[in-house]
Design a protein around this ligand. Structure first.
Ligand code: SF4
Ligand code: SF4
Length: 190
């Protein structure tokens, strides 16, 4: 009886010995990510942001801090607030994406990254400076317009703000005189 048990155990061992591995040697090797991956670094387009703070209000953990002042940049569009502070504390983030869902202007997107190691918790707060300077690789999660253009953040790289939203609203561009007969929606006006 004992011999049979050892034999069946050896068969299992032999089967697995010749099976193709399904794990990879991270970080040298990486599995491909889905374009809808809800990554940790967030993508924020200041050009599209009105400072409405809907994202902060909808965050169940209250980890987005926004400070604004009256912008006066685009009165023709309905005006917007200028952003002084836009901090996201990803040390407490659960990547639910509700902040992205709440953004009415397609200004906030989940990111595409997943590697964020710091020695201090406070270094995990993404500041407005970092959001401004970051390469724009938005996740396509909750953004059907990106999937409509077959955008893939890992493959296609940086996406300009004009292509990120359903409408090209230039809320934070400097004010300019409007030509006669020009649309007030700001369509395609960088
Ligand atoms: S992903 Fe969720 S927890 Fe993280 S900032 Fe957005 S709403 Fe808050
Ligand atoms: S990112 Fe969106 S929801 Fe948040 S303040 Fe800007 S426009 Fe409002």
């Amino acid at each position: 009886m004992y011999g049979l048990g050892i034999l069946s155990g050896m068969v299992v061992t032999l089967k697995n010995f010749f099976r193709k591995p399904f794990t990879v040697s991270y970080p040298e090797q990486r599995l491909p990510q889905h374009p809808r991956f809800r990554g940790e670094e967030f993508t924020w387009y200041e050009e599209r942001c009105t400072g409405c703070a809907s994202c902060a209000k909808f965050c169940p953990l209250g980890i987005i801090r926004i400070v604004t002042h009256p912008g006066g940049t685009t009165p023709a569009e309905g005006d917007s607030y200028a952003i002084d502070v836009f901090d996201i504390d990803i040390a407490r983030c659960m990547f639910c994406g509700l902040c992205v869902e709440a953004c009415p202007y397609d200004a906030l997107f989940m990111g595409s990254g997943f590697e964020e190691a710091k020695y201090r918790r406070r270094d995990l707060v993404i500041s407005v400076e970092r959001l401004r300077a970051a390469e724009k690789r938005p996740s396509t999660w909750y953004r059907p317009q990106l999937e409509g253009q077959a955008y893939d953040p890992r493959r296609d790289g940086s996406l300009p703000w004009q292509k990120a939203g359903r409408e090209p609203w230039p809320y934070h561009l400097p004010q300019r005189p409007q030509a006669e007969g020009e649309k007030t929606t700001g369509e395609g006006t960088p």
